[in-house]
Design a protein around this ligand. Structure first.
Ligand code: ASP
Length: 378
């Protein structure tokens, strides 16, 4: 069995012997699981002592299993191989658990959540990423609240009626338990956010994450209030895990006074397949000839260029100002209200699964289509 290959810890909870609900916690590292070493630096600690740190876990009425998929890391070191390995694990263990909680560093949590939302298409179970600004072993830690809230959300189910037609043509109404939040989400400081809309906005305060251009999916107070109309519906078709990503992609942040001497070599690299252009305001860039010329040249040789805004709100509207007019003409794709994190990981996902030379039209079509709630169509 797959689980045997990993360091697995079954946590003691208040679940009955015959309890069917089961949650998997995947621990990947980050501040949440760190402690100070003798030099005063934060390093990952042994997470097997989790129950000691959060004794409240013993009161949960569902089964809790913990798995460490790789050596715990600071999330600054996360990349495509980690996103693929976490998503693959979820796919492999999908039928054994009702929900998944990923303990993750906050620095790149929005990237991981975005990437996993694309890799796990037609997700019908919650995948909730959480972490902490203060380690779980510290007195004033925010880890306890974040972890407990994430677990509660991951275990939430509701009844849904399904109409089945029997062989003799009669209709049969069947009650089915379905997840309340069948999405990849970030839960932090009492807020549940769609993963591919989330952004780390604070490095010191507990209010570390915000949702860009999309409402919160839930807010925890005395009760957890779910904004059901904003949560994705349970899909009709089964989970579709895509096992490839291509990192021949760059995030190019536009700024005043750009010197071509530094940027041209990067853009002229033959291996480049995708560019996320982080533009000003509603999609504007300096109207310098070299910028349009190089973008046109690389687009003509198959590179996919998608335009997202540096602003925290609003969306790209190419052609609204003269400074973005040429972008549409040369084939730059508008990313509408995509976050940079979602645009970058979506491009890596599409380029990993479709050929940018022979299937460029398909890539462009999917880039302009919301695949899992990551962007709004205007
Ligand atoms: N550097 C840490 C990380 O992202 C920060 C954190 O977890 O809050 O892994």
């Amino acid at each position: 069995m797959l689980l045997d290959q990993y360091n697995i810890i079954k946590l003691r909870t208040a679940a009955d012997e015959d309890c069917k609900t089961s949650i998997l916690v995947i621990y990947t590292g980050g501040t949440i699981g760190m402690d100070y070493d003798e030099k005063g630096s934060l390093v990952p600690f042994d997470f097997e002592i989790l129950l000691e740190k959060v004794p409240e876990l013993t009161r949960f009425k569902f089964q809790l299993t913990m798995l460490v998929p790789f050596e715990p890391i600071d999330s600054s070191n996360m990349g495509t191989e980690h996103w693929l390995s976490m998503s693959w694990l979820i796919e492999e263990l999908y039928d054994q658990f009702d929900g998944f909680v990923i303990l993750h560093g906050t620095d790149t949590m929005a990237y991981s959540a975005s990437a996993m939302s694309f890799l796990l298409q037609n997700l019908a179970k919650p995948v909730i990423l959480t972490g902490a600004q203060i380690p779980i072993s510290a007195h004033r830690t925010d880890a306890r609240e974040n972890l407990i809230g994430a677990l509660e959300i991951a275990s939430m189910q509701e009844s849904k009626q399904q109409i089945m037609v029997t062989e003799d043509g009669n209709e049969l109404v069947k009650e089915q338990k379905v997840a309340l939040v069948p999405e990849v989400c970030v839960y932090f400081d009492n807020l549940l956010l769609r993963g591919n809309r989330s952004k780390k906005v604070q490095s010191l305060n507990f209010t570390a994450f915000e949702s860009q251009n999309y409402p919160h999916l839930a807010e925890a107070g005395i009760f957890i209030n779910y904004a059901k109309s904003y949560i994705l519906p349970v899909p009709e078709t089964k989970l579709n895990f895509k096992s490839a990503m291509d990192d021949n992609v760059i995030l190019w942040k536009i700024h005043p006074s750009m010197n071509p001497k530094y940027y041209l070599p990067m853009l002229e690299n033959d291996n480049l397949k995708g560019v996320v252009l982080e533009s000003f305001g509603s999609g504007n860039i300096p109207t310098e000839k070299w910028i349009i010329d190089i973008l046109e040249k690389i687009i003509n040789r198959g590179v996919v260029v998608v335009n997202v805004s540096q602003c925290a709100g609003g969306y790209v509207l190419q052609g609204h100002y003269e400074t973005s007019h040429a972008l549409t003409q040369i084939g730059v794709i508008s990313g509408n209200d995509l976050t940079s994190e979602a645009a970058l990981t979506k491009l890596m996902y599409l380029l990993g699964n479709y050929d940018n030379k022979t299937e460029k039209e398909k890539i462009i079509e999917l880039l302009q289509t919301p695949l899992c709630g990551e962007m709004t169509l205007f």
